[in-house]
Write a protein that binds this ligand. Structure first.
Ligand SMILES: Cc1cc2nc3c(=O)[nH]c(=O)nc-3n(C[C@H](O)[C@H](O)[C@H](O)COP(=O)(O)OP(=O)(O)OC[C@H]3O[C@@H](n4cnc5c(N)ncnc54)[C@H](O)[C@@H]3O)c2cc1C
Length: 547
């Protein structure tokens, strides 16, 4: 069972985890100075004893669910009420857990998952599949479900985390879907293998959640989304089991497993997946390139994305982002370029990448690095020089903890992300910046907006924006909703992706329904009707409107 005694029920990570006050205090001081405000009193983290949870209404079927690890422990119910987005934190700080599930179930086998779905289907209870609970889009939140269903069950897959089979010859590893990132990698490490999928939420997100949300890993080109690593999937639906055939590729009709990619718990509960694993990289090469002109840096990132060099990292930080991440604070944009291989030395790749970047006006900032040997640095992607890579990685993993500190100190820190074409980027970026800056001025009296490219494709980048603004006590949820709406509307109007990797959930639904062709949304609704006739699976996400 998930260790809810250690995991925070209201925020990111574990109690006592993340950087200590010696790190966070100066950051908060700097944020206050930036916005010219006095340091506010930090909001106290909620204690479980202060939370008034709604009653557990489930009586019928309770015995059957009890045999599948059901609990109505307040800490469990509170800990499964929200994901880990800003909206979640703000409501947790308001001590608002009115949407809590009635029960949390921890099945220990696929048979128990079947039993939970059968019981809930019989009694008309809603079921919200729960992997690591790191959704930032209202994906695991039973929003509006208590009003519509006589019972709500959060189905936590964390007891299903084992490596079931390893086909060394085909390099396929079959895992139970509840495996969290570190546990999954630990089971491969002894074999010299890795899945090499490192979302920033790696520590507290699961394989099933990655597949259900089409998560994006840390690596910038080629294999970016979890789809690329997924060989076959097994899932339980109220109508039966789906198991896709073990094939490296097939041209036979629409690909069955694609129905489950990004299905966000609304079409079935993913219980197992066979994953394409890789030999652990030993050769690395990396460099940091600074640009005075952001436009030239964008051109360099584009040239690299189109070069067929396939860097593992090609992360472009605009000047604000470089400063925020303590990588550089002289007003230049920074391109972190890195290569990894289990097979061959990468010096020539780096040389060519630098030739491209310098040809666009960049200058090498510090040493370049070419190395050979094992590394445990999940998520570093070999980014930049050692100290910069170390700095970047620390910020990468600490950022969610720091975000929680900023929220407690009264700020509005959040991110949103998208994708667009290279030819459209300049206009797109300007339009998004204008809309969000305007919203920040209107609702917060100002704020900071920075941008980085998390992924680059031959046809376009995935821009990722960070917002930090001073909040008004009691008004921050409404303030953030106004900023987020302005961002999402601009992205939609300018033709970008509603989301590149954060998923749709409940928060992005209106914009997703604009992006998804209406006939496709109807076809998905028909598929749901076939797989989930009583509409019990994660109602209200994606194409499934609650009203
Ligand atoms: C600090 C932070 C950093 C993040 N960084 C990234 C990032 O780099 N890349 C990225 O892509 N995302 C990122 N995210 C978003 C989030 O981590 C991803 O969406 C992740 O894939 C969710 O996995 P999870 O196991 O936590 O799923 P959950 O949050 O538990 O669930 C997400 C959705 O998937 C469904 N689901 C979960 N498990 C299953 C299952 N077994 N079967 C069917 N449906 C299921 C849920 O019902 C829900 O709709 C970040 C989030 C945070 C808080």
């Amino acid at each position: 069972m998930r260790d809810m005694r250690r995991r925070k029920f209201w925020g990111w990570g574990v109690e006592g985890g993340g950087p200590d006050e010696a790190v966070t205090r100066p950051l908060i001081k700097r944020a206050c100075e930036t916005f010219g405000i006095a340091a506010p009193e930090a909001i106290l983290a909620p204690q479980i004893g202060e939370i008034a949870l709604p009653a557990n209404r489930i009586r019928e079927g309770a015995d059957s669910l009890g045999r599948c690890g059901a609990t109505d422990d307040p800490l469990e119910r509170a800990g499964h009420t929200y994901g880990k987005g800003l909206r979640d934190l703000l409501r947790a700080f308001d001590r608002d857990f009115a949407a809590a599930p009635d029960l949390v179930c921890y099945p220990a086998s696929e048979e128990e998952v079947v039993q939970v779905l059968d019981t809930c289907d019989r009694h008309g209870y809603a079921v919200v599949p729960y992997g690591g609970g790191s959704s930032v889009v209202g994906g695991v939140e039973p929003r509006g479900l208590r009003e519509r269903y006589p019972g709500v069950v959060s189905l936590d897959l964390s007891r299903l985390g084992k490596l079931l089979d390893l086909d060394r010859e085909s390099r396929l590893a079959r895992f139970q879907a509840g495996a969290l990132g570190p546990g999954l990698e630990a089971q491969l490490r002894g074999e010299g293998l890795t899945l090499r999928h490192f979302p920033q939420s790696f520590e507290f997100s699961s394989l099933g959640g990655w597949i259900a949300t089409r998560s994006g890993g840390h690596f910038a080109t080629v294999f970016t989304h979890i789809d690329d690593f997924t060989h076959s999937i097994r899932a339980v639906t109220p109508a039966g089991i789906i198991e896709t055939r073990s094939l490296p590729s097939s041209g036979a009709g629409p690909e069955p497993k694609r129905l489950l990619f990004g299905s966000e718990g609304s079409l079935g509960v993913i219980t197992e997946a066979s994953m394409r694993v890789l030999r652990r990289p030993v050769f690395r090469a990396s460099a940091t390139v600074a640009f005075q002109d952001f436009r030239q840096a964008v051109e360099a990132a584009r040239d690299l994305a189109q070069s067929d060099l396939h860097p593992s990292n090609c992360r472009l930080l605009d000047p604000g982002e470089a400063m925020l991440n303590s990588v550089r604070s002289d007003g230049s944009a920074v391109l972190l370029v890195a290569f990894e291989s289990a097979d061959h030395p990468l010096g020539p790749w780096l040389d060519r990448a630098l030739e491209i970047a310098l040809g666009r006006g960049g200058s090498v900032a510090g040493d370049t690095r070419v190395s050979e040997g094992e590394s445990d640095r999940a998520g570093s992607g070999g980014a930049g020089r050692p100290e910069e890579a170390g700095q970047w990685r620390r910020m990468f993993l600490d950022a969610p903890y720091i975000r929680d500190h900023l929220v407690r100190a009264g700020f509005i820190p959040d991110t949103f992300e998208t994708a667009c074409t290279w030819s459209g980027f300049e206009k797109f970026h300007a339009g998004v910046k204008e809309a969000v800056t305007d919203a920040l001025d209107r609702v917060c009296g100002g704020g900071m907006l920075t941008c980085r490219f998390t992924h680059v494709y031959p046809d376009g980048p995935a821009p990722y924006y960070t917002v930090i603004a001073p909040g008004r006590p009691g008004a921050r949820l409404a303030q953030w909703d106004a900023i987020k709406e302005a961002a999402s509307e601009a992205i939609d109007r300018l033709g970008g992706a509603t989301t590149h990797h954060h998923a749709v959930g409940r928060d992005h639904q209106p914009w997703y329904l604009n992006e998804c062709p209406p006939l496709v949304a109807d076809a998905l609704r028909a598929a749901k009707k076939r797989l989930d006739p009583r509409g019990i699976l994660n109602p209200g996400v994606l194409f499934d409107r609650l009203n």
